[in-house]
Design a protein around this ligand. Structure first.
Ligand SMILES: Cc1cc2nc3c(=O)[nH]c(=O)nc-3n(C[C@H](O)[C@H](O)[C@H](O)COP(=O)(O)OP(=O)(O)OC[C@H]3O[C@@H](n4cnc5c(N)ncnc54)[C@H](O)[C@@H]3O)c2cc1C
Length: 364
């Protein structure tokens, strides 16, 4: 197979940025088309927590392990500081009012001095880590651009085709941007093209987050089993970041995916619940000012596995999305494997068969 000379990557989230980087690293010309801004959606608003072995036992296991190793390599290779560091990770139980019976069940870090109980150590610096997702996505794209990739702001509306082969994309302005191959990585919005292509359904699942101003909090990721005063069971996740903020996320919301990332609405009540939960596990966090309130949609599929592979029935068209709660973790191996698939027709880093879009019925 002759490798394509010019690839169009649609979407500048973490998945599109990673694919662009690994294609550019191979010397392939890349144009990234992004409707709004780099990392403007989930890839700029998510947790950035990474785990070596939490996907073991599922088809995602090898992708996650390869990605965890690639994250460590990229932290050196990209030459940018985007907050990559290893962490210890703990499970806690906490209530909005009252206490949890019994004391800590494992040795608890001193800053966890609220009403919560540490129930388990979930990971160590060998197995868990983090990045700051917006900065990581930006660093990947900057490195792709340093190798000749270009970024254009444009809304992709369709894949252009000649016979049964992709020849580029059509933008909302009616322009056809020519390319020898097209990769669709538009997160949950990739689903908007599913009806025109033979792609399965791709949806968005909404979640909220806040960041708190809290310098000097140690690198300990927290997963909390939390009950609100009105009896709701929630599972907030708390990630201190090296830049002096603590990120807290959770609160799934069935609200439908809006037309564009700019139209995602933030609910202050949901953000307040998250900030309060953080305050229950640490007095430092109880006193911390909320810096940002955010919401975003993770891309999900019908079987919970990503779509990474060829668009059925259309030569030269590929898709990479549906990474659910693990898109930041799994972006590196997705990018490298997709670059191998596009350039050589044969990914060698990980077996992509479990992620083949053809495994699911096309949405129509
Ligand atoms: C609250 C929350 C916390 C999370 N925490 C973690 C975590 O700790 N660890 C982890 O690994 N994962 C986490 N995730 C999951 C992760 O954020 C996502 O899986 C990942 O960001 C998806 O990346 P993406 O590039 O596929 O999509 P997106 O980030 O959605 O990017 C898609 C891009 O495509 C653009 N686009 C859309 N339509 C078009 C169009 N027509 N033309 C051109 N461009 C278009 C968008 O503007 C956007 O920039 C979390 C998700 C949520 C919601």
């Amino acid at each position: 197979m002759t490798p394509p000379r010019h690839v169009i990557v649609c979407g500048a989230g973490v998945v599109g940025a990673s694919i662009a980087y690994f294609l550019a690293r191979r010397g392939i010309a890349v144009t990234v088309l992004e409707r709004s801004g780099v990392a403007c959606a989930a890839s700029g608003k998510s947790g950035g927590f990474l785990a070596l072995d939490w996907c073991d036992g599922s088809p995602l296991g090898p992708l996650a392990r390869a990605s965890f190793a690639l994250h460590a390599e990229l932290a050196k290779e990209l030459g940018a500081d985007y907050g990559y560091r290893r962490m210890d990770t703990f499970m806690l139980a906490a209530r909005e009012t009252g206490t949890v019976a019994g004391g800590h069940r494992v040795a608890a870090p001193r800053w966890l001095d609220g009403a919560g109980v540490v129930t388990a150590a979930l990971g160590s610096t060998e197995t868990t880590a983090q990045v700051t997702p917006a900065r990581f996505t930006g660093a990947l794209l900057d490195a792709a651009r340093a190798r000749g990739a270009t970024l254009r702001i444009a809304l992709v509306e369709d894949v252009a085709r000649r016979d049964a082969t992709a020849s580029g994309v059509v933008t909302a302005e009616g322009e056809t941007v020519q390319g020898d191959a097209v990769v669709l990585a538009m997160g949950p919005w990739t689903g908007r093209l599913a009806g025109r292509l033979r792609l399965p359904g791709i949806y968005g699942l909404k979640g909220y987050s806040v960041t708190l101003a809290a310098p000097d909090v140690p690198a300990h990721a927290l997963f909390v089993d939390y009950r609100t005063a009105d009896g709701r069971a929630l599972e907030p996740e708390i990630f201190p970041r090296p830049e002096g903020e603590v990120y807290v996320c959770g609160m799934a919301d069935p609200a439908p995916l809006p037309e564009s990332p700019e139209l995602v609405e933030v609910n202050d009540g949901s953000c307040a619940v998250l900030a309060r939960a953080a305050g229950r596990v640490s007095t430092t966090l109880a006193d911390a000012r909320i810096v940002r309130r955010q919401a975003c949609y993770r891309p999900v599929t019908d079987d919970g596995l990503p779509l990474i592979g060829r668009v059925p029935g259309l030569r030269g068209a590929y898709v990479a999305t549906g990474h659910g709660p693990w898109g930041i973790l799994n972006a590196p191996a997705t990018g490298l494997a997709m670059a191998e698939l596009v350039a050589e027709d044969a990914p060698s880093l990980v077996d992509l068969r479990a992620f083949d879009p053809a495994r699911l019925r096309a949405a129509r």
